[in-house]
Design a protein around this ligand. Structure first.
Ligand code: NAP
Ligand code: ZN
Ligand code: ZN
Length: 347
């Protein structure tokens, strides 16, 4: 077993503290990764605080992992020692179901093995995430980070990047498309950059006016503060696609009214409580309400190469592990520009 140092929460109300545990010995197809950086996703906070009511403690969160290959199993062909690699939200899947076979592992019918808070393929070990100094992952679930992307900036692409790339591609954001992104946080600020690079006209909807300049610099053509409720009438029936990244409840009917005929509203934010919709908001313009979760390994790799090609990267604030709890408070208050990334190499 490989000794590992990390940061874990012991309960929904306790802060994250130093925690030592062990990773499995690498098998033939495993890659041992020295983790250098791990992003703080709002999902980590939802999970640590048991807001989705499924958390197993102690929990070492973290699924925006960037590091360097330390060693490889005897049958590994995709990676070599020293490669820059990433690990996202899942570390295995059944590999046999229809969705796995179609490169859509994120929708695995047997259940995905998430990077943390899941049960490993051995049926007993609880997976622990990237707020730690190493991880052992099957090569088929490891991503290659292009050398032009610095590891601290690459880390948040493993979740924030792919979670927006996947729906933007699926619903064909591109030239002549009017795309709205609700919430300029970790996910949202990657969504703006990717949608703009795909050629779409991008509008950011934000709950204050504070992020206007940043949104425009990131590639948005328009920025709308929703403090002024008249914006919902002013921009009614204008958008082809709206992606909601907000971690809190929003007025769904107001936003649905912004969609054109046949427009689609995609949920990616996962607030603790259900959101209500009046059917009339969908019926009147044949609108669709959809959802999307992260992306597949193939799509993840495509997204990393796309970001490298278009020189897109998250704006990060690198912190030390002892600042994690303070960072959580700041994320919840939307006081982060735009992703905290933990320097875990000297944990
Ligand atoms: P984040 O960095 O905290 O960003 C969320 C943004 O939502 C904030 O920056 C803020 O943007 C807006 N917001 C926050 N509180 C609000 C409130 N009370 N009212 C209105 N707007 C508010 O979070 P994130 O890491 O991007 O994650 C966002 C959500 O996506 C979380 O729920 C997370 O669990 C979920 N998620 C889903 C997937 C998936 O696969 N579907 C993957 C990763 C994360 P403004 O200041 O611009 O309004
Ligand atoms: Zn995430
Ligand atoms: Zn499967």
């Amino acid at each position: 077993m490989i000794p590992t140092k990390g940061y874990a929460a012991a309960s929904a109300t306790s802060p994250l503290r130093p925690f030592e545990f062990k990773r499995r010995d690498p098998k033939e197809h495993d890659v041992v990764i020295d983790i250098k950086y791990c992003g703080i996703c709002h999902s980590d906070i939802h999970m640590v605080r048991s807001e989705w009511h499924q958390t197993k403690y102690p929990i070492v969160p973290g699924h925006e992992i960037a590091g360097i290959v330390k060693s490889i199993g005897s049958k590994v062909t995709k990676f070599k020692v020293g490669d820059h690699v990433g690990v996202g939200c899942f570390v295995d899947s059944c590999r046999r179901c229809e969705n796995c076979k179609n490169h859509l592992e994120q929708y695995c019918l047997q259940g995905l093995i998430l990077t943390y808070n899941s049960v490993e393929a051995d049926g007993k070990t609880i997976t622990q995430g990237g707020y730690s100094n190493n991880i052992v992952v099957d090569e088929n679930y490891v991503l290659r980070i292009p050398n032009s992307l610095p590891l601290d900036q690459a880390a948040p692409l493993m979740c924030a990047g792919i979670t927006l790339y996947s729906p933007l591609r699926h619903w064909q954001a591109g030239s002549k498309k009017n795309v709205g992104i609700i919430g300029l946080g970790g996910l949202g600020h990657m969504g703006v950059q990717i949608a703009a690079a795909l050629g779409a006209k991008v509008t950011v909807f934000s709950h204050t006016d504070k992020k206007r300049d940043d949104a425009l610099k990131l590639g948005a053509t328009d920025f709308i503060s929703t403090q002024d409720k008249t914006v919902f009438q002013k921009h009614a029936k204008q958008f082809d696609l709206i992606i909601n990244t907000v971690s809190a409840p929003i007025d769904m009917d107001a936003y649905l009214g912004l969609l054109k005929l046949d427009g689609t509203f995609v949920a990616v934010g996962l607030p603790e409580k259900p959101l209500s919709i009046s059917p009339g908001s969908l019926i009147t313009m044949r609108r669709s309400y959809a959802g999307s979760v992260i992306g597949s390994i193939k799509e993840n790799q495509e997204m990393l190469d796309f970001c490298a090609k278009h020189k897109l990267a998250p704006i990060v604030e690198v912190i030390t592990p002892d600042q994690i709890n303070e960072a959580y408070e700041r994320v919840v208050k939307s006081d982060v520009r735009y992703r905290f990334v933990i320097d875990v190499q000297n944990i």
